[in-house]
Ligand binder design. Structure first.
Ligand SMILES: O=C(CO)COP(=O)(O)O
Length: 252
């Protein structure tokens, strides 16, 4: 346990929140006593960046985008790396399954975004994970390795310092059906082993691999005890005060 890398606990607020509700929640995050070595991250919708930048005072937290595109210009409705950097943002989530599913982001699209973002100095939370059908067909390892390999192909070994991997089984997202610790650990181990064999042992041992999918204050402790789980990417529960308990679960 002592050799685990610094945990990351990230709140993915997705397309949720009101000014009033988020103001209340940020006050809770500001008051949270986080006295262990952990990186907390909040990813609001783009329209809430200003609110979060003005109100989030807890220095354990960074602000993240939920997506971006590589280049600025005539791309109506999009937000580019340069726009994020101009606001002082350092983190971005890429390849979330909702972006893959609803916006057609393929492994190659995600990989090229990861390449562009690490090249620009951002820290990327790169999401991978299988659907229920893929799991039932026995293709979990092949799918997540395919997603990971596409990224590994586009970035250099040193770039992995700027990448956090989030394993989010699609069937566990927003369903209340959390992966068991055994199911999660099995895939996290496969990811780390693949990284060790294909990128390098040191990169693999330092890589933060987060679990996401119906994480709550009630299951975070048990999940974090798994050897290869280094934190969480949280949706629903990150919009509630219980998110601070999920952060606390990474204190060992
Ligand atoms: O998609 C997720 C985080 O990115 C997980 O969402 P839930 O925690 O709501 O299942």
């Amino acid at each position: 346990m002592a050799s685990k890398p610094q945990p990351v606990v990230a709140a993915n607020w997705k397309c949720n929140g009101t000014v009033a509700a988020l103001t209340e929640l940020l006050a809770v995050f500001n008051d949270a006593k986080v006295d262990h070595d952990v990186q907390c991250v909040v990813a609001p919708a783009f329209v809430h960046f200003g609110l979060v930048q003005a109100q989030l005072k807890n220095t354990k937290f960074a602000i993240s985008a939920q997506n971006c595109i590589a280049k600025s210009g005539a791309f109506t409705g999009e937000v580019s790396i340069a726009l994020l950097k101009d606001l002082g943002l350092k983190w971005v989530i890429l390849g979330h399954s909702e972006r893959r599913q609803y916006y057609g982001e393929t492994n190659d699209v995600v990989a090229s975004k990861v390449h562009a973002c690490v090249g620009a100095g951002l820290i990327v939370i790169a999401c991978i994970g299988e659907t229920l059908k893929e799991r039932e067909d026995g293709r979990t390892a092949a799918v997540v390795i395919g997603q990971l390999a596409a990224i590994a192909k586009t970035i250099r070994v040193n770039d992995w310092e700027q990448v956090v991997v989030a394993y989010e089984p699609v069937w566990a997202i927003g369903t209340g059906k959390v992966a068991t610790p055994e199911q999660a650990q099995e895939v996290h181990h496969i990811i780390r082993q693949w990284m060790a064999s294909n990128v390098g042992a040191e990169v693999a041992s330092k890589l933060r691999i987060l679990y996401g999918g119906s994480v709550t204050a009630a299951n975070a402790d048990t999940l974090y005890r798994c050897a290869d789980i280094n934190g969480f990417l949280v949706g629903g529960a990150s919009l509630k005060p219980e998110f601070t308990k999920i952060i606390a679960a990474t204190k060992v």
